[in-house]
Design a protein around this ligand. Structure first.
Ligand code: ADP
Ligand code: AMP
Length: 211
């Protein structure tokens, strides 16, 4: 099963992608996580990506397309995968379509959350510096404040989740990523979900469709 996640930043793509990945035992491939790991390790890719991410802009297509196309051809992806945060532009979607050929994406899961909810979602998001797990201070809190439930490391507010960057990321989403909803509707793979519901309810609704 090949899945992509669509939706505004903070809509809940990563949260649901992790749950889907566990249930269906397919790899969760997050381009945001890949960039953050490269930043942490001080790689050339990380240095280039950081300058865009910090401004709330997308990393240029040429830095992300080959990376994902190579990743989905690895052995652990033969039974499927879930792409989280890719594609984010029409050229990225076209490059993925071309790489897949007849072996198309099965589901483009679009999680709908109005912009008015997003600032609160992202202001309350906390990410683990160790394993990258995400929480929310109100909607998905850790058992012990400031400490990851999974690995015990510290939690941080992502630089690009600060309110001044969030609005820019929303503008970029509407301009460059939202057109993908049309793209995947035409391809017959779009399925839409109300992302304002409780995390577990959104998940139940998704698995009703995926089977
Ligand atoms: P995305 O990957 O789309 O950027 P995340 O999955 O990281 O978004 O979710 C953004 C924030 O909102 C996180 O703090 C997460 O815990 C929280 N969140 C995710 N889904 C929901 C939901 N259905 N209701 C309330 N909060 C949610
Ligand atoms: P995310 O963790 O998905 O919210 O991504 C964080 C940031 O990484 C985005 O705001 C972009 O700057 C960058 N990024 C992640 N995925 C992509 C992509 N497919 N194309 C361009 N930039 C991306």
């Amino acid at each position: 099963m090949k899945i992509i996640m669509l939706g505004a930043p903070g809509a809940g793509k990563g949260t649901q992608a992790k749950m889907i990945s566990e249930k269906y035992d397919i790899p969760h491939i997050s381009t945001g996580d890949i960039f953050r790991a490269n930043i942490k390790n001080g790689t050339e890719l990380g240095k280039k990506a950081k300058s865009y991410m910090d401004q709330g802009l997308l990393v240029p297509d040429e830095l992300v397309v080959d990376l994902v196309v190579d990743r989905v051809q690895q052995d652990d992806c033969t039974k499927g995968y879930i792409l989280d945060g890719f594609p984010r532009t029409i050229p990225q979607a076209e490059a993925l379509d071309a790489a897949l050929g007849e072996d198309k994406i099965d589901y483009a899961i679009d999680i709908e959350v109005p912009d008015s909810n997003i600032v609160e979602r992202m202001g309350g998001r906390r990410a683990c510096v160790g394993c990258g797990a995400t929480y929310h201070i109100v909607y998905n809190p850790t058992k012990e404040e400031g400490k990851c439930d999974k690995c015990g490391e510290a939690l941080i507010l992502r630089d690009d989740d600060k309110p001044e960057t969030v609005q820019k990321r929303l503008d970029v989403y509407h301009e460059q990523t939202q057109p993908l909803i049309d793209h995947y509707t035409k391809a017959g793979s779009l399925v839409e979900f109300d992302g304002t519901l409780d995390i577990n309810v959104v998940f139940e609704n998704i698995i009703k469709v995926l089977g």
